[in-house]
Design a binder for this molecule. Structure first.
Ligand code: ADP
Ligand code: G6P
Length: 478
């Protein structure tokens, strides 16, 4: 690999772990799979707060060929940057939930200053020959800030979550500042063509930009690449996890508890984007409309708590627990509980075993950048008796997995019908669908994602692209 000579420096808010610990979040999973293979430096937040905040001493940990360097945030930085702007403004907005998005000047200011502080702390660790790769909505301004610090090398950016349509994005008071700052990146990667097009359309309609051949965009005299790079998992590694002793124990346990009943599984951070309320209603409709399933199926929803300081997440938990209680109260018998919800984390091996024991997996987000659970479920299946994936049309993974049972997660009837179809699907159809999906998951791995992004970044600024490393003054927000 030509770019093997250059050091990769990845930047994301969450860093690590590189081992098999339970970790809820697709970014950390996808990036650690990619980094372990290639090696490099991973820079981000320590997960701690301290009075010195982003001025705290960096902590460095080395695991194999990956060094992880992290810094703290102050309580004020955490509130304004992470809970405030990143998760009260950007997350709902980019997931099309304008109704939940809150905008305030104070968190906007702190978000920009944390981006500036992270850039200032990273800059002395860099050499201009490094390939710098920033990740996700926490760091929209960081590339532009790194240019202000004098970094001249290549900088790429990957958005793990959706980029909403320009009509919605323009509601963000700083939408122009953010996209202008993003023009400091040489390559911007999206999960799907829809996200890429939404971004390009924003540049054209709002910033008088122009689409150029080769998925390039010109705004003023700045030319950047904006392309689609769907993230994947380490599929062969995951398939090995699924037959490990730890997975076997968990598979056995789930099978024993299920007995003759068919197991349905859902695995999601407890987040309103995941469509859990709608999913529970779909399961309730199944029990209403197809009563033969009463006593013969059981649904386990694994939903680790996430961002639980935020009101919308507290409210979601309350609603889910109430709904689960309502469904169980309505249908349970002395020897059968239809729905179980569990908030604990599992190791990746244990989770792989749980997936393998399930006849169907419900992945029904209202919006999702990609959704790695869908890919993990496929990689974990037994080729002799694979389960059925039920997948939302609004998950990024749908583009690569059209052989799943595709549903509209807002339609309770659609979800109920798909579950019924999954539970009654003959083995040869299950196999046929699974084989096509397995091929897609084994083709679009984390390694493939990483290599194709970095290859494009390496090539940017050459050939027909505009000059790399040239940050326009206008790309930096005032
Ligand atoms: P998101 O990034 O929005 O959380 P993804 O589906 O892309 O959604 O990624 C979620 C990741 O978190 C997956 O790798 C999944 O295995 C992992 N995960 C989810 N729940 C748990 C859990 N309870 N224990 C361990 N890992 C989990
Ligand atoms: C998604 C986001 C990540 C984030 C993760 C967990 O995967 O794309 O950037 O790290 O969710 O969320 P948290 O807020 O706990 O980091």
């Amino acid at each position: 690999m030509a770019e093997g000579h250059r050091r990769l420096v990845a930047v994301s808010n969450r860093v690590g772990p590189l081992n098999d610990e339970g970790k809820a979040g697709g970014l950390a999973v996808g990036l650690s799979d990619a980094l372990k293979r290639r090696g490099g430096l991973w820079f981000g937040w320590s997960g701690n707060t301290s009075s010195k905040g982003t001025f705290s001493e960096a902590t460095t940990e080395v695991e194999g060929n990956v060094a992880m360097a992290t810094i703290d945030m102050s309580e004020e930085e955490l509130q304004g940057f992470y809970y405030g702007y990143a998760n009260r403004s950007l997350w709902p907005l980019l997931h099309y939930r304008l109704d939940l998005a809150e905008f305030d000047r104070q968190s906007d200011r702190i978000y920009r200053s944390v981006n500036q502080r992270f850039a200032a702390r990273l800059a002395p660790m860099l050499d201009d020959s490094d390939l710098v790769w920033m990740h996700d909505y926490h760091f929209f301004y960081m590339g532009s800030e790194l240019r202000q610090c004098g970094f001249k090398g290549k900088i790429g950016f990957f958005l793990h979550i959706p980029f909403c349509s320009p009509e919605i994005f323009t509601a963000l008071p700083s939408s122009h500042d953010i996209v202008r700052a993003m023009l400091a990146y040489d390559v911007i990667g999206f999960q799907t063509d829809t996200d890429r097009r939404n971004f390009a359309n924003f540049c054209v309609r709002e910033l008088n930009g122009q689409k150029l051949p080769g998925h390039r965009l010109q705004v003023g005299d700045r030319i950047i690449v904006a392309d689609t790079f769907p993230i994947g998992i380490d599929a062969p590694g995951y398939a090995r996890f699924a037959v490990s002793p730890e997975a076997g124990e968990h598979e056995e346990m789930v099978r024993e508890i299920a007995g003759d009943r068919l197991q349905i599984i859902g695995v999601d951070r407890m987040d309103y984007s995941k469509g859990l309320v709608e999913r529970f209603r779909g399961f309730e409709r199944l029990l209403e409309e197809y009563p033969e399933n009463r006593g013969t199926v059981q649904f386990l929803q694994v939903a680790p708590l996430s961002r639980s300081e935020l009101g919308a997440y507290v409210e979601l938990r309350r609603e889910l627990e109430e709904l689960a209680g309502h469904i169980n109260g309505r249908f349970a018998t002395l020897d059968w509980t239809p729905l179980q919800i569990m908030t604990r984390g599992f190791t990746r091996r244990a989770l792989a075993g749980i997936y393998r024991a399930a006849r169907a997996c419900l992945v029904t987000p209202l919006r999702d950048g990609m959704n790695l659970v869908a890919k993990e479920y496929i990689a974990a299946q037994d080729s002799d008796d694979p389960g059925v994936l039920i997948l939302s049309r609004f998950a990024g993974a749908k583009a690569e997995l059209p052989d799943a049972l595709i549903v509209n997660p807002y339609s309770t009837d659609d979800v109920a019908r798909a579950i019924q179809r999954a539970l009654t699907m003959p083995l040869d159809e299950r196999r046929r669908r699974w084989e096509t999906m397995r091929d897609a998951v084994f083709h679009g791995t984390a390694a493939h994602w990483c290599d194709s992004f970095l290859d494009r970044l390496e090539r940017s600024g050459r050939d027909e692209d505009g000059p790399a490393g040239e940050a326009l003054a206008e790309a930096h927000p005032s």
